[in-house]
Every structure is written in C-alpha cells, then in structure tokens.
Design a binder for this molecule. Structure first.
Ligand SMILES: NC(=O)c1ccc[n+]([C@@H]2O[C@H](COP(=O)([O-])OP(=O)(O)OC[C@H]3O[C@@H](n4cnc5c(N)ncnc54)[C@H](OP(=O)(O)O)[C@@H]3O)[C@@H](O)[C@H]2O)c1
Length: 249
C-alpha cells in the first residue's frame, strides 16, 4: 500500500487516531501534513514521522477559524504543489444534556469543529483533489447512528451529519474520479475522553462492545490507509465501522 510521493493532510494529526494515521502514512512514503493547535504535540509527531523517513509539514492551526483553515490548504499547496488525500480527523466530544443551560454553547462548539470545519476543509481542498483524482476520508463515529448513552446528542448529531455529508459529497465528486469515505470507530483509548472530562469512560464503553474491548489507534489508521489507497478504488460513499461489535448490542 505505497503512498510514495502522495501528499496527505491529516487534521488533528498531532494526537490520538490522527497521530497514528500520520505515522502510518509516513511509513508508506507519503508527504505528511499534520494540523492541530498544540505545538508541543505537533513537534512530537513531526519528529516521529521524520524518523520514519517522511517529509513533514506541521501546521499550527485552529481549523474552526476560516482563515486558519484556508492557510492549511494554501501552505500545503505552496510547499508540495498538490493534495492527494485529505483525512478529516480533528474532532471533539462534549457531555451535555438538553436541560442544561449551556446546551447550545456545546452544540456550537461541537458542530463548528466536527462538521463545519470538516465541510470547510473539504470545500477548500476539493478543487486540488479533483486535479490529482485523490480521495477524502472523514473520521466519523458509531455515535452517528447509536442512540444509547444519554447526554451526548451534540456529538451524535455532528457525526450523523458527517455520515450524510460523506455520502452526498461522494456522489458529487464521483464524476471527477474522486472517492469520499468515512470511518466510524467505536471506543478507542485516546485523550478525547480526558479532554471532555470523562476519565474512565473508555472502560465503561469497552464493556458495551460485543468483543468486550476497545480498538487501538493503529487499527483505525489501517482502515483509513486502506480507504485512501488504490486497493479501495471501487469504494466510495462507504462508512467502515471499527467498533468491536458495539452497534450489535
Ligand atoms: N477515541 C474514540 O473513542 C473515538 C471514537 C469514535 C470516533 N472518534 C473520532 O476520531 C477523531 C479523532 O479523535 P481522537 O480520539 O484521536 O481524539 P484526540 O486524541 O482528542 O484528538 C483530537 C485531535 O483533534 C485536534 N483538534 C481539536 N480541536 C481542533 C481545532 N479547533 N483545530 C485543529 N485541530 C483540532 C486535536 O489537536 P489540538 O488539541 O492540538 O488542536 C487532536 O489532534 C475525532 O473525530 C473523534 O470524534 C474517536
């Protein structure tokens, strides 16, 4: 699965699933663009990708800000001259209930990153990806179709929107030879829970899966790389679940 000389952007490439994905693309010869706000994490992942032999462009950006999102695409094209793959991975989780006074604040923050920034980057990158006949992988979640577990409606809505956006844009870009797919993980131990103030959540979620375990970030990255590769040349508009059977229960 070689990505030799392919230019791959991974939003949220400085932590969790995105960091492992950037490293896996690096192993396969890609030129990797990692995007996030935390400079220290960007430096760490830049080094690990460079140690694997990759050329790396590290961009400190808050992609919920239109100008910073635009600068991600501009800097990538300035440095590498093209974009082959966009992995829309950056995302956040918030626990909030409809009876809470700050529900709409959580709604806006969640939708702004999980859906709006993803749509914005897709909009900005698509003309370049049409030129290379590349592809897009959106990181959704089984939360997009899972109703169990109360007080996560803003996150679930954002991921349901990502799922439908993936299908709609796959149809629109198909005549241009561009594929668009989604990956929907179940529980994966990353900082997303800690950041949301949900320490210990991963253990609860593990027990809710059929296989009684969580997935490693590498297992999600493997599916992302498969979808981004020529091996998936006939796959578009799909949504690959990697949830240890959580949706079965
Ligand atoms: N972990 C799970 O169990 C799980 C399950 C299903 C789906 N997912 C999805 O997988 C994706 C990755 O999540 P993860 O688990 O790897 O979480 P994570 O470790 O918390 O990583 C989130 C990433 O998003 C970046 N990010 C957050 N806000 C940003 C912003 N405004 N601008 C740019 N980058 C931003 C973060 O970097 P900075 O903080 O430096 O900006 C970080 O790199 C998300 O879309 C998540 O919804 C995760």
């Amino acid at each position: 699965m070689s990505f030799k000389d392919k230019v791959v952007i991974v939003t949220g490439g400085n932590a969790g699933i995105g960091a492992t994905t950037a490293e896996e693309f690096a192993k396969e010869g890609a030129k990797v663009v990692i995007v996030g706000r935390n400079q220290e994490n960007l430096n760490k992942v830049q080094k690990s990708c460079e140690d694997l032999g990759a050329t790396v462009l590290s961009i400190k950006a808050d992609i919920t800000k239109d100008e910073e999102a635009k600068s991600v695409i501009d800097q990538t094209v300035d440095k590498f001259g093209k974009i082959d793959v966009l992995v829309n991975n950056a995302g956040l989780l918030k626990k909030v209930g409809i009876l809470d006074a700050d529900y709409m604040q959580a709604y806006d923050v969640t939708m702004n990153l999980n859906m709006r920034a993803l749509a914005l980057l897709t909009n900005l990158a698509a003309p370049h990806i049409v030129k290379t006949k590349g592809n897009i992988v959106n990181i959704s979640s089984i939360a997009g179709s899972y109703v169990g577990l109360s007080h996560y409606s803003t996150y679930k809505l954002s991921k349901a929107a990502v799922d439908h956006f993936t299908r709609c844009i796959a149809l629109e870009l198909a005549p241009h030879g561009v594929r668009v797919n989604a990956v929907s993980p179940g529980p994966v131990p990353t900082d997303i829970f800690e950041t949301a103030g949900l320490r210990g959540a991963i253990d609860v979620l593990k027990c809710a899966t059929a296989l009684n375990k969580s997935a490693e970030t590498k297992e999600v990255a493997d599916i992302i790389l498969f979808l981004a590769s020529d091996k998936a040349a006939s796959v578009t508009g799909s949504n690959y679940t990697v949830d240890n059977g959580m949706l079965l229960k």
